[in-house]
Ligand binder design. Structure first.
Ligand SMILES: [Cu+2]
Length: 154
C-alpha cells in the first residue's frame, strides 16, 4: 500500500521539471515565431514600397504609343477595326482620299479637322476606358454610307 502511494508522488515530482523545461521550450518557440513573423512582415513591407516606386516610374515614362493611319474615301474607312490596350496613347492619322470628310471618335470626344480633297490630320488621346468606340465621318450621312470603324480598348 505504501509503495503504491509513494510511486505517484515521486512521479509527479519527477515530472515537474520536465513541465517547466517543456514550458520554456514552448515559450521560446513562440517568441522565435513571433520575431521571425515580424521580420517577414518588415521585409514584405519594404519590398512593397520598393516595388511601388519603379511601377510608378515605368507607367509614367513608358506609356506605349499606338499609331494608326485611317484612310477615308467616299464612302469607306480603312481599317475598320483598331485595337489598343487601356492606358495606351492612341495616335490616329486620318488621310482624306477624296471629298470632304473627318474622323470622330465616339465616347472620347476627339475629332480631326474637316478635310476637303486630300490632306491629313492627326489626333492623339489616351485610351483610359475600355470598350468599343465607333470612329466615323460626321459629314452628312457618310457614317451610314460606310465611313466608320471601331476602336477596341481592351
Ligand atoms: Cu465623309
Amino acid at each position: 500500500m505504501e509503495d503504491s502511494n509513494t510511486v505517484p508522488t515521486e512521479t509527479k515530482k519527477k515530472f515537474n521539471p520536465v513541465y517547466v523545461i517543456g514550458g520554456l521550450i514552448v515559450l521560446g518557440v513562440a517568441v522565435a515565431l513571433i520575431v521571425s513573423g515580424n521580420r517577414k512582415k518588415d521585409q514584405q513591407g519594404t519590398e512593397a514600397v520598393k516595388n511601388d516606386i519603379p511601377n510608378v516610374q515605368t507607367s509614367a515614362v513608358v506609356s506605349p504609343v499606338k499609331e494608326f493611319t485611317v484612310n477615308g474615301s467616299s464612302f469607306d474607312f480603312d481599317p475598320k477595326t483598331v485595337t489598343v490596350n487601356k492606358g495606351d496613347t492612341v495616335k490616329i492619322t486620318f488621310v482624306d482620299g477624296d471629298g470632304t470628310h473627318d474622323l470622330v471618335v465616339e465616347g472620347y470626344n476627339v475629332s480631326t479637322k474637316r478635310l476637303s480633297g486630300g490632306g491629313s490630320d492627326t489626333i492623339q488621346f489616351i485610351a483610359d476606358k475600355t470598350g468599343s468606340f465607333e470612329y466615323y465621318c460626321s459629314v452628312s450621312n457618310h457614317r451610314d454610307l460606310g465611313m466608320k470603324g471601331v476602336l477596341v480598348v481592351q
